[in-house]
Design a protein around this ligand. Structure first.
Ligand code: SF4
Length: 248
């Protein structure tokens, strides 16, 4: 599949927070099962997913990119950084580096300054430049489209590989587990694991494969907009009646 252009016009139109509560289904419309207050809440996954997928219809990645390599670079830069900040950096960076060869030949010191505001700039710059060099040498200048090949690139783990596969190539392999997906999966009782790869496996047992990418994005949006790490807004949360962590 060819690469897609990701523009702001395509970005997810999440429902206003004031509407979230109204998306709560009356309990009478839900399957008859007890509301779990225990950590293991996997039996409520389908009901929670139904509500969240209607709250955040057609979720789209919030990083700007036009090619799989730009997506790869932006995802590497997004570690420990907001998508808004990454987009501010890539708005200037991407036009200056129009081809993968430009990244492979980049002066690392200059490149570090250009991505400085995304944090961890030394490691990120090194990985992006090395990725470009390896992709040119081993993959004929095309970002690989398999999990096995992607995770061999510097700075690329399963999270980044899943994002590049799903949103760069439309290939669904696994579930990208970032800090929001990790936190919400634990809060919602879908996993008791802390390791992202184990959480990914737990989520893959619950969700349909076709929903893997949407599930990741949806949990990210709910984590950013409602279930904040510091102060979760349980009072306006549409899944409060199904969440074992509500108001705790
Ligand atoms: S009810 Fe509270 S803890 Fe549970 S998902 Fe909603 S905001 Fe998060």
């Amino acid at each position: 599949m060819s690469s897609k252009i990701n523009t702001k016009a395509e970005k997810t139109q999440a429902l206003p927070i004031s509407n979230l509560k109204s998306k709560t289904y009356p309990l009478s419309s839900l399957p008859a099962f007890p509301i779990s207050k225990r950590p293991d809440n996997r039996k409520n996954f389908n009901a929670i997913w139904e509500i969240l997928s209607q709250t955040y219809p057609k979720p789209e990645i919030e990083l700007d990119f036009k090619t799989p390599f730009e997506l790869l670079a932006a995802t590497i830069m997004s570690a420990q950084c907001t998508d808004v900040q990454v987009n501010a950096v890539t708005k200037v960076l991407f036009p200056k580096y129009p081809t993968i060869q430009n990244y492979a030949n980049a002066d690392q010191t200059v490149f570090e300054k250009e991505i400085y505001s995304t944090g961890f700039y030394h490691t990120k710059a090194k990985h992006i430049i090395q990725c470009a060099q390896i992709i040119i040498e081993k993959y004929d200048s095309k970002v690989p489209d398999t999990m096995e090949e992607l995770v061999k690139l510097p700075g690329v783990g399963r999270k980044t590989a899943n994002i590049v596969l799903a949103r760069g190539y439309g290939i669904i392999d696994g579930i990208a587990v970032d800090t929001h997906v990790k936190r919400l999966s634990n809060k919602l009782g879908f996993t008791e694991n802390e390791d992202p790869e184990k959480i990914e496996k737990d989520l893959m047992k619950l969700a349909d494969k076709k929903d893997y990418d949407d599930l990741s994005l949806t949990l990210i949006f709910h984590g950013r907009r409602v279930c904040n790490a510091q102060r979760p807004k349980c009072d306006i949360c549409g899944i409060q009646e199904l969440c074992p962590s509500a108001f705790l």
